[in-house]
Ligand binder design. Structure first.
Ligand code: DQA
Length: 148
């Protein structure tokens, strides 16, 4: 099957961005580990990071016509603001997992609400870079169970 891993705004700065919250692992390292995980499970992985809401919305649209079976997304700050991302994910109806490095529920109240969580197949947060492996493992488990 084909998985799409989407990274929202400011995640290009991982490694140097507020490391006490987000850790020292870079986005390149996260993508590399994600690639290994998917390779080992016999699945394809596509990745995109963007600071732009429109680029992410259009990548989600493209996913619907390019055979993407599952989306894993860290929407970053768009989690808390973007009805457009929510609508795009609802429109394509591709199952997705929402993930976060930090635990937004343990942080400022403006991070407690997500526009995506109730549409997600599941949500993983609070495990740093390991959140990505956990989310991808869950996605792979679901894909294998549905024989995709
Ligand atoms: C984040 C949490 C968001 O609240 C924040 O805006 C981010 C990163 C996380 O991975 O912990 O940019 O999604």
């Amino acid at each position: 099957a084909t998985l799409l891993l989407l990274h929202g705004p400011n995640l290009n700065l991982l490694g140097s961005r507020e490391p006490q919250i987000y850790g020292a692992t870079t986005l390149a390292e996260i993508n590399e580990a994600s690639q290994h995980l998917c390779d080992a499970a016999g699945h394809q992985l596509e990745t995109l990071q963007s600071n732009s809401e429109s680029v992410l919305v259009e990548r989600i649209h493209l996913a619907a016509t390019s055979g993407v079976n599952f989306i894993v997304i860290n929407p970053a700050a768009f989690t808390h603001t973007s009805i457009a991302l929510r609508d795009a994910l609802a429109a394509v109806a591709i199952p997705f997992i929402e993930l976060h490095l930090s635990n937004p529920h343990a942080r400022e109240t403006f991070r407690h609400h997500s526009y995506l969580s109730d549409l997600a197949r599941g949500v993983i947060c609070g495990f740093g870079a390991h959140s990505y492996s956990l989310a991808l493992q869950a996605a792979i488990h679901l894909l294998d169970a549905s024989r995709l």
